[in-house]
Structure formats: C-alpha cells, structure tokens
Design a protein around this ligand. Structure first.
Ligand code: F6R
Length: 607
C-alpha cells in the first residue's frame, strides 16, 4: 500500500527511481512522483495514474540530480490526482510517505495557525510542512526530522530530502516496512528490497522506531532512542527473472504456471521424501501444546485459514477458530491463557493482520505465522515462522501464495496430528504422499487451457456468478468468487452449497452461471442434491468434478471441467487451479487490467 524509494549517489537519480518504482507498482498505482535535489533546489514531477504517465512527463521535461525520492500511491486521504500525489514538499524539504498519519488534522490546524498553507487533501502533507516549520526554527535537518517524528501519530515509512543537501537522504519507519542498502558509491531505501535489487543485493530492514541517515555509500541506523544500531544485513534473493513476465502475457498468468514448482519448493520445507515423513520445526516443541487454535488473516489468506480448519479439526482433532484480522481484535474474544495463535499472510505486512498479531501477543498468545516474505515484520514478530516458498508475487490477485499457504498448512496439520497421536505415522505418510503428487497433478491441469478459455468467454458476458462447494471445497468457492470479482469486476458470491437454499438461491434465474466444486467425497451426494435444485431453477451449472462425478450428473450440467480423481485431503489445493484459470481468462476476455485491478493494491499496510 504505497511504495517508496530513495537513493543518494553520484549518477542521475530519476531513471533509477523510475526503475525502483516499477518494481513497487504492485503496492499501489493511483499516482506516482519523484523529487530530486538539483542546483541546491528541489525538483518535483508527479502524475496521476500509473508510472507510465510519470515516465511520459519526465521524458518531456527531464529532472536532474543525483539524490532523490519516489512514490507510488494507493489513495487513502484524497482522490488520486497529481495534487495529492507524493512527494509532498516545501521549498526546503520533500517527503514520500507510506502509511497514515492519524493526528494529521490537529497538526494541520497548528501549522495553519503558524501561517503554513496546504495544497493537497492528504494526511502526508503535514510531514514536510512540520519539518519545514522546525527547520525555520533553526534545527538542522537530522534534528528537525527527529523532532517531527516525535509529533507524528500513526504508521509511516518515510524518505526525506532537503534543498541544499545533495548528500543527505533520511529514512524512518514506524509501522510500515522500510529496507536500506548501500553499494560502494550509493545508498538506497525502499519499501521492499525488490525495488533495490538492480542496485544492491545487500539490505537491512529497519525496525520499529528506527531512523536511517543515508549518504553516498554509507548508511547509519539509529533506534528510537537515537542510539547507533546495527541491523542484520541480508542478501536479497531477488533476481531479474522475477521482475519480468518470462513470455507470459501477465504476471498473474506466470504465477499460476509457477505453482507446480513452488508447491514442490514449499513441500520440501516440511517433507523428507526419502524418509516419507512430514516434520515440524523441532526447536518449537512447547509451541504445539495447545487445545484450541486461533487462525487470523485477511482476504485470500483468510480463505487458506478456513481451509486449514478442515484439516486441523479432522486429522489433528484440534478445535480451530478462524477470524478475519480486521474483526478479531475488536471482538473482545477471550483468549486462552498461554494459547497459540496462527497468522497467515503473503506479504507479512498487512496492517490488519499485523495489528491482530500484536493484540494476540499482548494477550499472552504464542505466535506462529505462515508467511511468504521471510524478512517481513510478521515473520520477525513471530515465535515460529512456517515459510511458504512462493517467491515474489507481483500480480495483485494472489495465486501461488495461496496454494503454497495451503501446502504449508496441510503439512502443519499432518505434523501436529502425528505429534498428538490422532493419526498414526502410517496415515501421516499416506497424507504426505498425497501432497507429493501435487506438482504433477497441478502441472497436468495447466496443460489443457482451451477448456477454461471457452467457459471464460461465456462468463465474461454475465453479471453474476455463484460459486458453491461443501466441506473443504467451500473456502475454495469463496476464493473463486473473490478472484473473479477482483480481476474481472463481475459480481460473484461464494457460498457453502448447503446454505444456498437459505437465501442465495433467490439470485438464480434462467441462465445464471453456478459453478459447483464437487470432488468425489462422502459429501458428493449432498452437493448433487444442491445441483439438482440449482438446475431446476434454470441455472447454467458448471461442474468441476472428476469423471465419475460428471457422469453421475450428466443431463443436469451445462458445462464441466474434468478434474483428476483426488483424495479429499488434497482436493482443495487441486481445485484452486481451475478457479484461478477461469477468473484469469474471464478477465483477459473482458480486457481488464489483470495484474493491477482497479482500486486494489497488493500489500494493504493501512487499517
Ligand atoms: C486477493 C488478495 C488479498 C490478500 C489480502 C491479504 O487476491 O491478494 O485478499 O490475500 O490482502 O494479504 P496478505 O496475504 O499479504 O496478508
């Protein structure tokens, strides 16, 4: 949610800021902007809309200077426009901000009463105005920033430059992520190490309350008490391959096709194929002694949690409460003393999930998280991280992050079940063996694409689609509806198939597409009855099932997608692939912006 980048060096800043912003555009694309210092003055260029608009402006009127900051915005306060675009600046200081300044109204009134004029509707504009005010009072830049930070309430990652200072870039973080790094002659900051990867691979992550002073080739970090600190440096794993589409039309398509590999990579973190056994991290034994588990997440990651509940309850026999992060901490839910809470997040930075994690921690819970970005705040705040190995996910709609979360959670469920003795080692090995089949099964599903494009063509013409499933297919129905909504803008609802008759059935009219996820399982006959009910009301039933299921319902179904026969344990992972492909090809058919759908951002770092 908003991406910031900054650099100070000896060569032109603007083209490299643009390169950094290109890699951060997944965090928001409502507007972009850069500021540099040239000839002792601040030069700014900002544009509404995507980076390409900013590039056009800079091509016509280049901006010079070897130090600069850049921003790509997901609008919170104020419409997406060039006036509200960052950087925000005065004649002495320019700032890019990711986060929300909660006390901006009172700061703005104070600054207005001191004669400062505001031009934008953003919360962020108070930051340069406040720093400017402090500079006017005689503070040096570093002191002025330190004094300003004390007055800010809310969340921020900041990049700050000053007129007349061509060798000084300041970064600060509270609540929003910020990485810093240097090479021999230059220093960089960015919301994500991926943005710095073309320039430096060695990065450090600022911790809560840290401030960084960057000069060419030198980065100093200070903690909240102004003490010099060392933050561990990491070699970032990002490579050039990750930043391009490798011949696919969209990142989302590329990421869907990467699933066989990343599922294998994730499985390898939990499964020893020669021993045929799932293993849990063995340095965390005391973390696993819980009688009930809270799972909390947002969006697609929440649906991974809902799916995991079926596994944990059925095989590990642990009662599980799954909650949406933005609700969990306000519900006043009584938490078990010394309990354990599990959080799921691709980015590891989602503000609601992070706030829920901190809430659980403050209420004595031990924290386990399933996280894709290893260096993220959530990973750092957890007692135990269960990693997913999806690699960087750039398409805003989550695909490979979801299936790898499912794999990690399935392994965790098997590991817990064996540890608790609710299944035998032999059963554990059987379930793990089923997971081992996933790379091949998913790869086969990705081979015959025509059958998805034909159905997608039809879906692209409709106004509403229903997705229905029972048992562990129910969360996948929810995920199917979410995927379709977010990238094709078609209204879709996911429901538990048995719940349809309690209300959603009223939406069905002649020709309404209803997608049923019905793998062969003990629940198949129940779903079959719901298919009868939908077909009787004129629904165009699209059935995802194996050959046996399709044969049984022949005559009732409008179209089908044949799935391999699969044990119900792995069915939710397998059935995710077709619902991703249907959403993807429907969006392609409609011509929407698949990788950057309207109003969305990949990493939602505001509450
Ligand atoms: C949907 C999607 C979102 C995210 C949600 C949580 O395709 O990507 O619903 O799943 O914003 O994000 P993370 O997993 O990063 O916490």
């Amino acid at each position: 949610m908003c991406g910031i980048v900054g650099l100070v060096g000896e060569t032109a800043a603007a083209p490299r800021l643009i390169e950094g912003l290109r890699r951060l555009e997944y965090r928001g694309y409502d507007s972009t902007g850069v500021a540099t210092i040239f000839d002792k003055q601040i030069a700014i260029c900002r544009a509404a809309g995507k980076l390409i608009n900013l590039e056009g402006l800079i091509e016509k009127s280049p901006i010079y200077g070897n130090i600069g900051i850049g921003h790509t915005r997901w609008a919170t306060h104020g419409v997406p426009s060039s006036i509200n675009a960052h950087p925000h600046a005065t004649e002495s200081v320019a700032v890019v901000h990711n986060g929300i300044i909660e006390n901006f109204s009172s700061l703005k009134s104070m600054l207005e009463s001191e004669g400062h004029k505001f031009c934008s509707d953003t919360d962020s504009e108070v930051i340069p105005k406040l720093i400017h005010h402090l500079l006017e009072q005689g503070h040096e830049p570093i002191e002025a920033v330190a004094a300003a930070l004390k007055k800010l309430k809310g969340a921020f990652a900041l990049g700050i430059i000053f007129a007349g200072y061509e060798n000084l870039l300041i970064g600060a973080r509270r609540g929003s992520p910020l990485a810093v790094g240097s090479n021999e002659k230059e220093s960089f900051l960015a919301s994500d190490a991926f943005a710095m990867a073309p320039f430096t691979r060695t990065v450090s992550y600022l911790e809560e309350g840290d401030c960084a002073v960057l000069r060419p080739g030198i980065t100093e970090i200070f903690d909240g008490k102004n003490r010099t600190v060392n933050r561990i440096s990491h070699e970032s794993e990002h490579d050039e391959e990750m930043a391009n589409k490798s011949g696919y039309q969209h990142f989302m398509e590329k990421e869907i096709h990467e699933q066989p590999r990343v599922i294998r990579d994730t499985l390898n973190s939990y499964y020893n194929s020669s021993g045929g056994k799932v293993f849990l991290p063995n340095n965390s034994e005391d973390l696993f002694d819980f009688d009930q588990l809270y799972i909390t997440a947002c969006g697609t990651s929440f649906y991974a949690g809902l799916t995991a509940r079926y596994w944990m309850e059925s095989i590990a026999r642990i009662p599980v409460i799954v909650d949406i992060a933005s609700e969990f901490r306000y519900r006043g839910s009584p938490l078990n003393k010394n309990g354990t809470a599990l959080f799921i997040s691709q980015s590891g930075e989602t503000a609601d999930t992070l706030a829920a994690l901190n809430f659980a921690k403050n209420h004595g819970q031990k924290i386990i998280s399933v996280v894709n970005v290893a260096e993220s705040t959530m990973a750092r705040e957890s007692d135990l991280v269960l990693p997913t190995r999806a690699g960087i996910e750039i398409g805003v709609a989550s695909t490979k992050a979801f299936t790898t979360q499912l794999v990690a959670l399935a392994c965790f469920s098997i590991g817990l079940a064996m540890r608790r003795g609710s299944i035998s080692e032999k059963d554990g090995a059987r379930l793990a063996n089923l997971l081992e089949q996933l790379p091949v099964l998913t790869s086969d599903l990705l081979k015959n694409i025509n059958r998805f494009t034909q159905i997608a063509d039809e879906l692209s013409e409709v106004k509403t689609v229903l997705y229905l499933g029972r048992g562990s297919s129910y969360p996948i129905a929810l995920e199917g509806a979410l995927k379709l909504k977010e990238i094709s803008y078609i209204h879709a609802e996911g429901y538990a198939a048995g719940e349809m008759k309690h209300g959603p059935i009223a939406l069905i009219e002649e020709g309404t597409p209803v997608i049923f996820l019905a793998p062969s399982s003990p629940l198949f006959d129940k779903t079959a009855s719901n298919i009868q009910e939908a077909a009787a009301r004129g629904a165009r039933v699209i059935l995802l099932s194996d050959q046996k299921g399709i044969n049984e319902l022949d005559g009732l179904i409008y179209k089908s997608i044949e799935m391999p026969e699969a044990d119900e344990f792995i069915a939710p992972i397998l059935y995710t692939i077709p619902i991703q492909l249907l959403a993807y090809y429907t969006a392609v058919c409609k011509g929407t912006d698949v990788d950057q759908p309207r109003n969305l951002a990949k990493s939602v770092t505001v509450e």
